[in-house]
Design a binder for this molecule. Structure first.
Ligand SMILES: [Zn+2]
Ligand SMILES: [Zn+2]
Length: 68
């Protein structure tokens, strides 16, 4: 699969990730990777996740999330 963002600008670049929001395939240049803390409601006897999760997004969804 080719990067959706690159295809938009007339290029063909192999995609390495898929945006978790819109499902667009993106290349290394266009992928936005961030780590998020997994939060769950506190429950008795439940172990809290210390390890951060990863979220991969495309530039469009990243910009939309950062817009006020
Ligand atoms: Zn790209
Ligand atoms: Zn997206």
């Amino acid at each position: 699969m080719n990067c959706y963002e690159c295809v938009q600008s007339g290029r063909a670049q192999e995609a390495v990730a898929v945006c978790w929001l819109c499902g667009a395939a993106v290349c290394t240049e266009h992928v936005r990777s961030e780590t998020v803390q997994v939060r769950e409601p506190a429950q008795p006897g439940k172990v809290i996740h210390d390890q951060p999760a990863r979220r991969l997004t495309c530039p469009v969804c990243r910009a939309a999330e950062e817009s006020p």
